[in-house]
Design a protein around this ligand. Structure first.
Ligand code: OSB
Ligand code: MG
Length: 367
């Protein structure tokens, strides 16, 4: 049983080692809100808001998430006695969307719950794996820089390589990568930069045996994704289109995709992530865990959810050092030979380093 005593929001800003570019956004400075939840028994758990500073990926921002947490979500949870984190969906039922704000608080409460059950977060969620396979993302830059990065990440042992594409740089890029790395487990993420008018162009990509093409069309376009999937041999993976288990059900029913990328932040938390995982498993749709250029706290949540059995494709869970000089958690999150061990300690299984938070912190607010 959890009765929340205190929620502390730490607003931090970190500089990414090298700027990250997709077809819709460019990130150099990364703001995050770290959510520290303490219950009446003195147990503390951690969550993280993964929204960006501007609404380029989804409609939420760090500022809207702060407002939701401060004015609505934290007051709601402080009123309740929480028997299980699954109940948060009911507690939040009259607040539409704002999934990343909800997921951050829910994630902190899942961590508290797992600790009180004396379980790792992985085991509390029903995870079965002892290690997960790690994939990496190569942002948009010049083709030569991108192939150079692939070589470097191959040497690091990463198991799956995702390159960002757009109509401005796609076929030529994929062709060159394929020539240079014939057997590379390669996929492409378009971040909604195409429309049905580009169907011939996308069909040309079929010959490069990509593992999948992620989110070619707009986020609300599951109809056109279904049309495309019927014409394409390469599996379509949906990212931005799936913000709930209901979305997943409809996409599966329409045949809009053959794979789903689950990000706990995008879908409103770990409970909804697990539901989507279970639904996909029933329909033989493999899933993998996406990334949000996040700190070790959110990465730890991702590792825990990715330990469930139907996360059968390596996700975008790379070493923290891919983006950060220094990780918020200890020990730092590290892929070794392309694998990350699922921690066995209580809760997220990593120690959150207060001195590192303080270094990057703009403000701290206690509720
Ligand atoms: O390495 C990562 O954390 C994931 C990188 C990535 O692809 C991404 C990063 C930010 C927002 C959206 C996406 C995406 O999956 O589309
Ligand atoms: Mg994506």
């Amino acid at each position: 049983m959890i009765k929340i005593k205190k929620v502390t929001l730490h607003h931090i800003t970190q500089t990414i080692k090298e700027p990250f570019t997709s077809s819709i956004g460019h990130v150099t400075e990364r703001d995050s809100i770290l959510v520290e939840v303490t219950d009446l028994d003195g147990v503390t758990g951690w969550g993280e808001v993964v929204a960006f500073s501007t609404p380029w990926y989804t409609e939420e921002t760090i500022t809207t998430a702060f407002h939701l947490l401060k004015d609505l979500l934290i007051p709601l949870v402080k009123k309740e006695t929480i028997n299980h984190p699954n109940h948060l969906q009911h507690i939040f039922k009259n607040i539409k969307r704002n999934n990343m704000a909800k997921a951050a608080l829910e994630g902190g409460i899942w961590d508290v719950f797992a600790r009180k059950q004396e379980l790792s977060l992985s085991h509390a969620l029903g995870g079965v794996k002892t290690e997960i396979e790690s994939g990496v993302v190569i942002g948009i830059s010049t083709i030569s820089k991108m192939t150079e990065q692939i070589s470097q990440y191959l040497d690091n042992g990463y198991k799956r390589f995702k390159v960002k594409i757009s109509p401005k740089q796609d076929i030529e890029l994929i062709k060159i990568i394929r020539n240079q790395f014939p057997d590379l487990p390669l996929m492409a993420d378009a971040n909604s930069s195409y429309s049905l008018n580009d169907i011939d162009r996308l069909k040309e990509l079929d010959q490069y045996h990509l593992m999948m093409i992620e989110q070619p069309f707009a986020s609300d376009d599951i109809i056109d994704h279904a049309k495309l999937q019927h014409e394409l041999n390469t599996p379509i993976c949906l990212d931005e289109s799936i913000v709930s288990c209901e979305d997943a059900r409809k996409a599966i029913e329409l045949g809009s995709c053959k794979v789903i990328n689950i990000k706990p932040g995008r879908v409103g938390g770990l409970t909804e992530s697990k539901k989507i995982h279970d639904l996909c498993q029933k329909h033989n749709i493999p899933v993998w865990c996406g990334g949000m250029i996040e700190t070790g706290i959110s990465r730890a949540h991702n590792i825990a959810i990715a330990s469930l059995s139907n996360f059968s494709i390596p996700g975008d869970i790379s070493s923290s050092s891919r983006y950060w000089e220094e990780d918020i958690v200890y020990p730092e999150i590290k892929a070794v030979d392309g694998k990350i061990a699922v921690p066995t300690g209580l809760g997220i299984g990593f120690e959150v380093q207060n001195d590192v938070i303080v270094k990057y912190r703009n403000s701290v607010t206690v509720f």
